[in-house]
Design a protein around this ligand. Sequence first.
Ligand code: ATP
Ligand code: MG
Length: 342
Amino acid sequence: MFGRNILSSVAVEIGASRTRVFQKNMGEIFSAPTLIAFRRGRTRTDSNIVCIGEDAHPLIGRAPTSVEVVRPVASGAIVDTEATVLYINRIMSQAIPGFWVAKPRIICAVPSASTLVTRTAFSEVFRNLGCTDVKMVPQHLAVLAGCGVDFTKRGGTLIVNMGAGSTDVAITSFGATVANTSIKIGGDEMNRCIKQFFRRSRKIDIGDATVEHVKKEIGCAIYSDNYGTIKTTIRAKCLETRRSVAVDISKNDIAQAIKPVLERISDRIFDAFECVSPEIASDVLSGCAFLSGGVARMESIQDYFRSSTAVQFQNLGSQQSLISSGLLNILGQPRSFSSYFG
Ligand SMILES: Nc1ncnc2c1ncn2[C@@H]1O[C@H](COP(=O)(O)OP(=O)(O)OP(=O)(O)O)[C@@H](O)[C@H]1O
Ligand SMILES: [Mg+2]
């Protein structure tokens, strides 16, 4: 009745900002913000979901008091299990015909240095929905598999995946992960720094959705004398008069505001180098290094890390479904990857 879909394998990336679902033979079947809105004060059940994903996005900062908008994943971990289960159930039921009858095989990306508790929490979401064949794969391996790198045959390879809530820094060499850290900062922390920067320097409060928009529109990683004049105008609330005001923001404002976040990521890259042999470090420095995740889309970020760490990164940021497609590649070669499944 439901044909091939029921039997297919499904790759899931539940990010702090977006969730992506890929199905074997079908490609991407779902991609939307990891957001779910409930009727406040009622038991959280499927029937009390107001909306999810793209439909919930405009409610951020604008939801009526009767509606609660939840971001169930933050900093690389599930922070609200109940909401995550209801969210995943809703998207799977919508995207996969017959999900309620027969459960597909699931492969899910988890932060590279995640603890057993975090991996178990992700796995439990699917088990709660009746899925029994559930595999967890560290994010950095999914990145490599997504861009077609056979990491079992390559020497030192550095992967820096910068998401909304977390950044993974890992080095692999001939199939082994030899350095591995996850930091709980990424695009969301940049937004916090931008908000803070303008509260202090210009005494204005910028809304969350506006900060996110401005960062993507004019954000850049490197301060430049030429950038002072490139501006965008936004509306914000003046902290002194409490009135709405129009404010000009320049590229350099953003570069200055997010600098502390970039410096912390650079420090983690140096920490990773300290864990590896000179040979592996030399492989990485000769060009085996990748930047991925949404933050890698920011203007001049590759140049920033080249000057701060001397590593020549290849930027994979534009490949939005790299991790999900990498997960499916991994499922296609279960033997080569069996030792990495958590
Ligand atoms: N052009 C851009 N410039 C700067 N930041 C960007 C740009 N495009 C996307 N981002 C940021 O990338 C982040 C989303 O990246 P990604 O989709 O990799 O995150 P995620 O996988 O949902 O999060 P995580 O991996 O932390 O759970 C957001 O913080 C977003 O603001
Ligand atoms: Mg991610």
